[in-house]
Design a protein around this ligand. Structure first.
Ligand code: AMP
Length: 394
């Protein structure tokens, strides 16, 4: 029986889980409990016998986790039939302290709690998932895998903002970067597809999902990334603005009397594609754009222009680029975004092959003659978390 890892991603009102076969990466079961704390919660479980879904009130993350355990017992696979050797937790913010996965103990919980001010939207939920899993699976080793860890290799000139240095040294205000498990997975896959050693490759990776970020990887090591102290900076996202002039915040405060919380909410939840077009789902946006909707078109144009600017910036940071890699929901599925972001960059050695780009198959989408390969690589953050947990335990 091969080793399995139960991977848990706890959000403020949701609990996502996958039972991963560590050797093959297959999710032998997965599911989602959502609307925790609301009257009508929902639990979807996918197991060997297909998908089941239930609507029920789920008061807390602990109740959610109990529902997950019950679903495994009822719909499979039974915990008697698969050996769970570890529980892997996605933790969004590891600050400057964590560059690697860590075995969870009381000290780790205290350290992640200290980091809550840096990630008030995410770390408290991740911690709740950890607390509940430790209670309900007391005999299983539990591992925290941080979204920020991969970017701990950034040089100081990439992670330090040009603000008074005390802000960084006394308050931890610096760029950390996120989506690290995705970058780790996707860069390994890109090297495999190119038949090259990752340590010999310079890559620009674009993780374009609900959250979007870009990273410049030299020899597989992160040297720059677009998300900052929080996941708000950088590319345009579903509901997040990405880069804005920081003076806008003072303007909103002084001229409109907005509170910090209101501004924070607007930039994180009411901006990005949603702010421009009223829709944060890229599929909907694509549909509306195809019917000539001007707001959908403007949102698409802003989104792709930002990606293009980061590609140019990271090309310059790296000097030479072997491949540009697109991943996550939009990066993997939207040929239009890839085409618009890379159009006219032949002089940089980037040449998309329209036929390959429009086919729904991941892999190489540039021409054979393109000096810079363009790849579509589906990400698999759950498998990466499982692999990192297993590596740590071994
Ligand atoms: P993720 O966070 O990786 O799950 O990505 C979610 C985003 O990918 C959403 O905006 C989806 O609308 C978008 N997405 C998923 N499938 C497609 C598709 N076939 N075409 C365009 N966008 C897609």
């Amino acid at each position: 029986m091969s080793d399995h890892v139960l991977v848990i991603n706890a959000g403020s009102s949701s609990l996502k889980y996958s039972l991963i076969d560590g050797a093959s990466g297959a999710a032998v079961a997965s599911g989602l409990v959502e609307r925790i704390g609301e009257p009508e919660g929902r639990h979807v479980h996918r197991g060997p016998s297909g998908e089941t879904s239930a609507t029920l009130e789920i008061a807390s993350h602990e109740e959610a986790m109990r529902a997950v355990i019950d679903a495994f017992a009822e719909y499979g696979p039974s915990f008697d039939d698969v050996e769970i050797v570890a529980i892997g937790h996605r933790v969004v913010h590891g600050g400057s302290r964590f560059a690697d996965p860590v075995l969870i103990d009381d000290e780790l919980v205290a350290a992640v709690t200290e980091l809550v001010p840096l990630a008030p939207l995410h770390n408290p939920a991740n911690l709740e998932g950890i607390r509940v899993a430790r209670r309900l699976f007391p005999d299983h080793p539990q591992v925290a895998v941080f979204d920020t860890a991969f970017h701990q290799t950034l040089p100081p000139e990439a992670y330090t903002y040009a603000v008074p240095l005390e802000w960084r040294d006394d308050h931890g205000i610096r760029r950390y970067g996120f989506h690290g498990t995705s970058y780790a997975f996707v860069s390994g896959e890109a090297a495999r597809l190119l038949g090259r050693d990752l340590t010999d490759l310079n890559l620009i990776v674009l993780h374009l999902g609900n959250g979007c970020s870009a990273a410049a990887l030299r020899g597989g090591v992160s040297v720059d990334t677009s998300m900052g102290m929080t996941p708000l900076e950088g590319l345009v996202m579903g509901t997040r603005s990405g880069d804005v002039d920081p003076a806008i915040l003072a303007y909103l405060t002084h001229e409109l009397g907005w509170t910090p919380d209101k501004i924070d909410h607007a930039l994180n939840h009411e901006s990005g594609l949603k702010g421009i077009a009223g829709d944060n789902d890229f599929r909907e946006l694509t549909e509306r754009r195809s019917t000539g909707d001007p707001h959908a078109q403007l949102a698409f144009d802003i989104y792709c222009r930002r990606i293009r600017k980061y590609i140019g910036a990271y090309y310059a940071v790296l000097g030479t680029v072997d491949a540009i890699v697109f991943t996550a929901g939009v990066g993997q599925h939207s040929a239009e975004v890839r085409a618009a972001s890379l159009a006219g960059l032949d002089r940089l050695g980037i040449q998309l092959d329209p036929e390959r780009n429009n086919s729904a198959t991941p892999g190489l989408v540039s021409t054979d003659g393109s000096a810079v390969a363009v790849l579509v690589v589906p990400t698999n953050e759950e498998w990466q978390i499982a692999r990192e947990a297993l590596t740590l335990l071994r």
